[in-house]
Structure formats: structure tokens, C-alpha cells
Write a protein that binds this ligand. Structure first.
Ligand SMILES: Nc1nc2c(ncn2[C@@H]2O[C@H](COP(=O)(O)OP(=O)(O)OP(=O)(O)O)[C@@H](O)[C@H]2O)c(=O)[nH]1
Ligand SMILES: [Mg+2]
Length: 386
């Protein structure tokens, strides 16, 4: 059979009041395109007559065992035979009449076309105030910031994509995080993302939404943060440790005062602890990036590629042990100095104690690098076991 131009995939959970109309509207839009197409309804657990009514309206109904919005869409995408896929909800809140707009942009070279309700028309009452003015703009802004995209409605459920491009993304989420996963991975893969304004309509009275504002908003946010590991761990950790280490050196070389009060040992302790914490957090970032790319959660980027390319257990051990050795030598010298100074005066020398604190920091850093290197090499080992 030749490849149809477009497959429309509709996830459906108990939507018997609207599913037939959605299928009819999608079929009519395909006909208007004078193109070949198919409508696939994926049902994974409806207890009403949705499946039967969808089939009667002319859709290919696919039953799927694994529950969830993402799970239904993944199955629909796997089943689709079209060159382009348009996905949309079964609750008649989206107008499938917009399918030609999506197909046109895809034919012009887009890989993913996002519908934008915020740039289109939102029927009065279709979107709760909190979603329209807080949730959606906030989640969209976070997505744009973390993944360098320029879209206006991250949560829109009406989207089109090239079947070939979407299948390279290895989408995994079964829940509604699927919607974010698609855009994040498309951006990480540098697919061409475009958007088109669409209209958004009020659901039928009495429809119980599957979406729970705070729980699901948080799930999207958490999911995006988990895929932006460099911003969550690596960069804050590095900034923290540079800041701490810089001040530690400054306090060692100079007596610094704030409002005429000299900063003493506690300030040194604090900045050293800060550097150490920063290194810990940055290393968490390195482990997390190595883990998530090795498991296929996140797309590779220059950081994960560099970790893979440059990290060698032997190098880690060599660097860690050198820092350890250096801290022991410097530490011995410092202890010697401390003893010399406190012998005649029986009092602690603040500058030398600052040096001692730095030695402790370097010693712990060396240990941390040695053990982290062993830990990181585990991710490498998985390749040997395959
Ligand atoms: N097959 C399947 N479809 C689902 C599942 N959860 C939601 N859907 C469908 O996915 C679409 C989107 O769900 P909605 O409840 O409309 O979620 P939403 O559009 O994000 O939010 P609201 O419309 O505000 O509730 C609808 O067509 C649902 O029937 C599921 O677990 N399985
Ligand atoms: Mg909906």
C-alpha cells in the first residue's frame, strides 16, 4: 500500500459524546486537502462506547493495554502510515479543520508544528484563567528558556509532525509529560519547529477533565527540569564552587573587612564549604547527564559528548591523587607552621589556619575526584556488558 500523506492520531479516553464528530471533522479536513489519509483513534481503557462510535465514524480504532495519554499517542504514532501525523484531542476542544495549515507547514520543511491557542482564539470559558494567564505562559517560558525554543503555547494538544522525524526522538513518557518530552527532544535534536495559531473551544458541559491543574503543572515542570540537568546541577554547582574557591584564595591572601569588621575564620570555613558543595552538585550533574543519556532519556549535547569523549578513569585517578598528594604536602607544611607559631605564644594564627582550611578542602576534593571517577566509569562499563 502506498504511504498516505497524513495520519490523524486521536487519543481517546471515555469521549463517547464527541469522538464521532472529531473523526468526521478530521476526515473532512483530509478530503479538503485532496490527499490520502487515515484517522486512528487510540483507546486504552474507555469504559463507554467511544471505540465503537469511532469505528462507526470511519476511524481505525487501536486498542492499547498501557494506560496514559503519552502511551496512547506513542502507539498511535507507531501505527500511523502517513508521511505526516497530526495529533489532537477527542473532546472537540480543538478544530481538526486546521489540519491543512499543519500539513502546509510540514510540506514547507517543518519537522514539528505546534498549534498555538494563545496566538489564536480562545473561546470564552475554554481555558481556566489560571491556565491561560499563569500555568501555560509560565511552563512555555521555562521551556523556551531551558531549551532555547521560541514557541508560545507549550501545552497545546493539536500538533503536526513528520513521522520520520518524530520516530528518531525515542519518545518514552506514558503520561501527559509526553507533550513536553516531544518539544524538548525536538529542540535538543535541533528539529525545525514552527507554530500556527489555532482556535480553542469549550468542552461539552459536564465533561470531567483528565488534567489536574497543580499536580499536572508540577509534573510538566519537574519533567523539564530533569531534562535540563546542566541548568539544574552542573552550572549552579560550577558557579558556586568558583565563587567559593575565589573567595577562599582572596581571604587567604588579604584581610578582607566588611563595614570595618574583619572577616575571620568563619568566613573562610563558609567559602570553603561552598566550593565543596558546588563541586558535589556539579558532579551530581555529570553523573546525572551520563545516566540520562546512557538510558536514552535525554538527547546528547556537547556536554554529554565531551564527558563520553574525554572522561577516562585513569585520568580521573591521576588528577584526584595529585590533588590529594599536593594537599597532604601543603597540609604537613601548614601543621608545621602552626606548631612553630603557637609554641612561643600559645595562640592560633588566623592566616595559617585559613591555609589549613584550604588544605582540608583540597584533600576532600582529591578524594571526591578519585571516587567519582570510579563511579562515572560505571556508565562506561554498561557498554562492555551490552
Ligand atoms: N487513550 C487515552 N486517551 C487519553 C488518556 N488521558 C487523556 N486522554 C485523551 O487525551 C485527550 C486530552 O485529554 P484532556 O483531558 O482533554 O486533557 P487536556 O486537554 O490536557 O486538559 P483539559 O481539556 O483541560 O482537561 C482527550 O482526547 C482524552 O480523551 C488516556 O489515559 N488514554
Ligand atoms: Mg482537552
Amino acid at each position: 500500500m502506498t504511504e498516505p500523506l497524513v495520519s490523524v492520531v486521536i487519543p481517546c479516553l471515555d469521549e463517547e459524546r464527541t469522538i464521532a464528530a472529531c473523526v468526521a471533522s478530521a476526515t473532512a479536513a483530509i478530503a479538503r486537502l485532496h490527499a490520502t489519509g487515515e484517522v486512528i483513534v487510540v483507546d486504552n481503557g474507555s469504559t463507554d462506547r467511544s471505540a465503537e462510535l469511532a469505528a462507526a465514524a470511519g476511524a481505525r480504532v487501536v486498542r492499547h493495554d498501557v494506560k496514559g495519554y503519552g502511551s496512547a499517542l506513542k502507539r498511535g504514532i507507531a501505527e500511523a502510515r502517513g508521511r505526516y501525523i497530526v495529533m489532537g484531542d477527542a473532546d472537540q476542544t480543538y478544530d481538526f479543520g486546521a489540519i491543512p495549515d499543519f500539513v502546509q507547514l510540514l510540506q514547507q520543511g517543518a519537522d514539528l508544528v505546534m498549534g498555538s491557542r494563545l496566538r489564536g482564539t480562545i473561546q470564552r470559558g475554554a481555558m481556566p484563567w489560571l491556565h491561560r494567564w499563569v500555568g501555560t505562559p509560565f511552563l512555555t517560558a521555562v521551556l523556551n528558556l531551558l531549551f532555547n525554543t521560541r514557541i508560545s503555547d507549550a501545552n497545546c494538544g493539536l500538533r503536526g509532525f513528520s513521522a520520520a522525524a518524530i520516530r528518531t526522538l525515542n519518545l518514552r513518557c506514558n503520561g501527559m509529560e509526553f507533550a513536553s518530552e516531544m518539544v524538548v527532544k525536538a529542540a535538543q535534536r535541533r528539529l525545525v519547529i514552527r507554530e500556527t495559531p489555532i482556535d480553542y473551544f469549550v468542552a461539552l458541559p459536564g465533561r470531567v477533565p483528565n488534567l489536574h491543574t497543580f499536580r499536572d503543572g508540577w509534573r510538566h515542570l519537574r519533567f523539564m527540569l530533569m531534562l535540563a540537568l546542566k541548568y539544574v546541577f552542573l552550572f549552579p554547582g560550577l558557579i558556586m564552587s568558583c565563587f567559593g574557591f575565589g573567595f577562599s584564595l582572596l581571604f587567604l591572601l588579604q584581610d578582607v573587612s566588611v563595614s570595618h569588621i574583619p572577616l575571620g575564620l568563619s568566613a573562610t570555613m563558609f567559602v570553603n564549604a561552598l566550593s565543596f558543595m558546588g563541586i558535589q552538585i556539579a558532579l551530581f550533574g555529570v553523573y546525572a547527564i551520563a545516566f540520562s543519556t546512557s538510558q536514552g532519556f535525554a538527547e546528547e549535547d556537547w556536554i554529554s559528548r565531551s564527558i563520553k569523549k574525554y572522561f577516562r578513569l585513569e585520568w580521573g585517578l591521576a588528577i584526584g591523587s595529585s590533588i590529594l598528594l599536593f594537599s597532604v604536602v601543603l597540609g604537613t607544611f601548614t601543621i608545621h607552621l602552626l606548631m612553630e607559631i603557637s609554641k612561643p605564644q600559645a595562640q592560633v594564627s588566623i592566616p595559617v589556619t585559613k591555609l589549613a582550611a584550604l588544605c582540608i578542602f583540597l584533600f576532600l576534593l582529591g578524594l571526591q575526584i578519585v571516587f567519582s571517577s570510579f563511579y562515572l566509569s560505571l556508565f562506561d562499563l554498561s557498554k562492555t556488558l551490552e
